[in-house]
Design a protein around this ligand. Sequence first.
Ligand code: NAI
Length: 717
Amino acid sequence: MNALTTQHDDGIAVVTIDLPGAQVNTVTAGLRAEFAELFTQLAGDSSVKGVVILSGKADTWLAGADIDEFLTLHSAADGEALSRGGQALLDKLETLAIPVVAAIHGACLGGGLETALACRYRIATDHPKTVLALPEVQLGLIPGAGGTQRLPRLIGLQRALDMILTSRTVRAKKAWQMGLVDELVHPAILREVAIDRARKLAAGTLVARHAPKDRGATGRLLEDNPIGRSIVFRKAREGVTEKTHGHYPAPLAALRAVQAGYENRDAGYREEARAFGEMTVSEVSRELIFLFFATTALKRDPGVAEPAPQPQPITTLGVIGAGFMGAGIASVAVQQGTAVRLKDTDTARVGKGIAAVSDVLGERVKKKQVTRTQYDNQLSLVGGTTTYAGFRRAELVIEAVFEDLALKHRVLREAEPMLHANTVFASNTSTIPIARIAEAAARPNRVLGMHFFSPVHKMPLLEVIVTPATDKDATVTAVAFGKRLGKTVIVVNDAPGFYTTRTLSAYMNEAGRLLDDGASVEAIDAALLDFGFPVGPITLLDEVGIDIGGKVGVVLSEAFGARMAPSESLRRVVESGRTGRKGRHGFYLYGDDGGKGAVDTTIYELLPNGAPRREIDASEISQRCVLAMVNEAVRCLEEGVLRSARDGDVGAVFGIGFPPFRGGPFRYVDSVGAVAIVEALEQLDGRFPGRFTPADLLLEHARARRRFHPARGAPVS
Ligand code: NAI
């Protein structure tokens, strides 16, 4: 079956892209071959005066590359050839004598947008599903079919760099304002208008635009001469380096390709293909593509072994505790049309919770992501209460009261009789084992954990925690609801700290021990930033709350013994009453507006070695913290807390900031080699007995030279 079908409308060929059997259109090898044949045919058919390209899919026009194909590339030369092929194909499209109109409804991404760019004219539907982007750098790649060359010419250098370097997704209206599309129409008339424009372009009564529109005087001044452009490129390069700490080569490669295009056309295309080839075999793209496949696989994963029961649809969500997390959860639920009953102990707290929901929703109005009416509708879905009124209707209840077992027991005992027997009761605890919470339940089979991360509306991960007693249908219901909220969901088995809190604690504890040993706060944070974490561990402690860190430390050291005992430094700082950013009193100084300043050097007076700090090598700092985390992650897999290495990688990257370009702790072990990791751990264990004893599973992998993932980023299922 073909992906392309052509109908003729009085001299206009209307081509519909509809990949058979696929949910979305992607640029497969088959589609490219069909396009090549079509362009040849069109070039030789004088009865055709113009062409319109439409999509047969509901929500996509053409959603970019077929990423599986990248896994078949074994060398940079393979990648370069793929890019050359794509460039030649779209060159053929661009140089057709007859006008081609891209009639875009739905996602127009990557190779899809590159195809649209090679058309003479672009019409997009003014519809929320119509979005345009060149997201290649997110996969460690660059646009490889002329995107780095055509986009700057169409919309101007600065706007193009912004889109290419940040993978920014542009909505239809914005795309029209910036000149990325020529016209906006209602979906109902897309086809009709596109045919009309093709006809007019053919007749010469409509002329396609050739220069970027509305760049303003400064834009023109900077972009239209070599000196101005060199300033733009320098600034862009500096911006990228600052953001990526040099860990992501793709944005810089894309910059070079764009820049080469200003020397001359051939140089630009040559550099684009060369760099694309180089990126396809880079370690970074391998890891980012792995994460892409892993998250895609998780979208299909019901969270339990097949056969999986059907999830219960959630029409009403009960949230107990309208604090920071409770309000955050409510704010994402109403955005998906779920009614929320938000309960707290008094009306003032309920009011504060609803105000926090309103802030999150209001932010979306400011960013023009939703209209005022949508905001009103969403906010009207939250109902506040100090009783359990309305909870009977809730299919799911999430408890987010203070992290205190006795309180959680009380709340569970109080709530359960007010709920339907089938209601799933979830705790958002970050550390307390779910089985312990469920001890207070009359229906422990309906109890599980839903561990959201803060801030809930921004953090992509949800960790669902199940006990041996949890019903399968309760698990799939929680997982399906998490997905509906747009989260990537991993399911883990119950244990203290689950997966994310436990591995993060191992890492943070080691940072604390480095303080015990005399390292400075700056040195520790800088070393881990350099490794690729988004913030250093001491900054993170200030952010999370030093008091919270202290409490987690107690729970985990009770569970795991000396290995997880909090550092002396942390113990002393907790005792001092400093809480971190929220109390404007932590390891760093904070302004009245909460802005972070330099290290508060008075903190050293509290620490074991006092004010004099000694130099500890950055590589030792990062090795100790990272290996403590990695070793703990492997233990979680060994003990069956994790269902797979894949979940461990995704959980660490999306939940606790493990550097995406390293793929996750298990991918990290695979890339360094289990043998080398074990050696390093054993050396550290010699220096700090008992703290770095390699996990048995790591030893096994080292002995058998085994990996956690198949070599060369094969698709994960
Ligand atoms: P919070 O202190 O902001 O909110 C807790 C809320 O629970 C308060 O509004 C309090 O009035 C309310 N509450 C207490 N007793 C109640 C009762 N009997 N009925 C109804 N409401 C009651 O705390 P936060 O930060 O929202 O944490 C809540 C839970 O989420 C904790 O278990 C915490 O460990 C967990 N968590 C927190 C994260 C964070 O970054 N803050 C991240 C992930 C989980």
